[in-house]
Design a protein around this ligand. Structure first.
Ligand SMILES: [Zn+2]
Length: 280
C-alpha cells in the first residue's frame, strides 16, 4: 500500500499539472462499481475548463484544489497510481478509473487494480477538512521539522498505553502517512520490538522512536518510495527504498547488523518484521 512517502512522490511527480486547465475529465465504466468513485459525471464536468491551483498531501490523501470552490479528494488505496501517458499509442492500464486531459499535457490516468482508492468531489475545502479521516489526522510524519513534542503527547494518550507499539504506529491519528512498511523499518531503526506495550516504553525510547520515524520516512521519500508490487511514480519510475530495508519482507534473511534471522509475526492482522536480537 502506498504510504506517506509514496503519496508524496506521486504528488511531486504530478506537478506538471499545476497551473493547467482541465480539458476533459471522465470516470471509466469500471469505476462506477465502486462507492468512492461514484460522482455524477455532471458534477465532475464542472471541473472542465478549471485551472488546477495545487495538490496538497494530508497523510496518505491528496487534495486537488482548483479555482472553483469544489475540491477533489484522492486516495491511492492499496494499489492506486497515476500514470502520465507519453503517447496516444501507449497501452491503457486495465483498471483505469479516471481519465484526465489537461492543456499542453499528455493524458493522466488513475489506475487502481484493487479498487480501494478514491476520487471524490467535495463541495469546498472546508467540507473536506471536516471529513473524519482528515479531521482526526495526527502529525505529518514527513513534516520538515518532526513535531516531537506533539508526537510524545499523542503517544501518551490513555487508549494507547495497553497496546503494542507496532499496532499503534499504524493509527493515522498518531502519525499520518505511516504504513506497514515504514512501521517495521522505524521500529528496527529505533531498536524497539513491535510487541512492546506503549506503557513499557521509556521517555528516551519514545523520543528516539519519533526521530527514527522522521528519518525513515524522509529517507524513503528521497528513494522515491518502496516498490513491491504496484507502486510507480506517475512518470513510471520504481521506488528504491526496498534496497535499504532492514527488516520489511526479509523474514528468514540475516539481519545486516547482527546476522540473526529476521522474524515475521502477524500483529492486528498485518505482517510485522523485526530482529529479535537488535530490537529490545
Ligand atoms: Zn539484528
Amino acid at each position: 500500500m502506498p504510504e506517506g512517502p509514496e503519496v508524496e512522490c506521486t504528488r511531486l511527480a504530478l506537478s506538471p499539472l499545476i497551473g493547467k486547465r482541465i480539458l476533459s475529465i471522465k470516470f471509466t465504466k469500471n469505476s462506477q462499481k465502486y462507492q468512492k468513485y461514484k460522482n455524477k459525471q455532471q458534477e465532475i464536468n464542472g471541473f472542465k475548463g478549471q485551472k488546477l491551483i495545487k495538490i496538497e498531501r494530508k497523510g496518505k490523501f491528496l487534495i486537488w484544489v482548483f479555482e472553483i470552490e469544489k475540491v477533489i479528494l484522492n486516495h491511492l488505496g492499496m494499489s492506486g497510481k497515476w500514470i502520465l501517458l507519453t503517447s496516444d499509442k501507449q497501452e491503457l492500464p486495465s483498471h483505469a478509473k479516471v481519465f484526465l486531459n489537461m492543456e499542453d499535457l499528455p493524458h493522466a490516468v488513475f489506475d487502481d487494480t484493487r479498487n480501494f482508492g478514491q476520487f471524490r468531489v467535495f463541495n469546498n475545502y472546508n467540507s473536506v477538512s471536516e471529513y473524519r479521516p482528515i479531521k482526526k489526522m495526527g502529525i505529518d510524519g514527513l513534516a520538515n521539522k518532526f513535531p516531537i513534542e506533539e508526537f510524545l503527547e499523542k503517544l501518551n494518550k490513555k487508549n494507547y498505553s495497553e497496546r503494542e507499539i507496532g499496532a499503534v504506529l499504524l493509527d493515522q491519528k498518531l502519525v499520518a502517512g505511516m504504513g506497514n512498511i515504514y512501521k517495521s523499518e522505524s521500529l528496527a531503526l529505533a531498536e524497539i520490538k513491535p510487541m512492546r506495550l506503549v506503557k513499557e516504553l521509556s521517555e528516551n525510547e519514545r523520543e528516539f522512536l519519533g526521530i527514527c520515524i522522521s528519518k525513515t520516512l524522509h529517507k524513503a521519500l528521497k528513494s522515491m518510495g518502496s516498490t513491491f508490487q504496484a507502486f510507480r511514480t506517475p512518470d513510471g519510475q520504481e521506488g528504491k527504498a526496498q534496497n535499504w530495508h532492514q527488516v520489511y519482507g526479509k523474514e528468514g534473511s540475516f539481519c545486516s547488523k547482527c546476522s540473526n534471522k529476521i522474524t515475521k509475526i502477524i500483529q492486528n492482522g498485518r505482517s510485522t518484521f523485526f530482529c529479535s536480537k537488535c530490537q529490545k
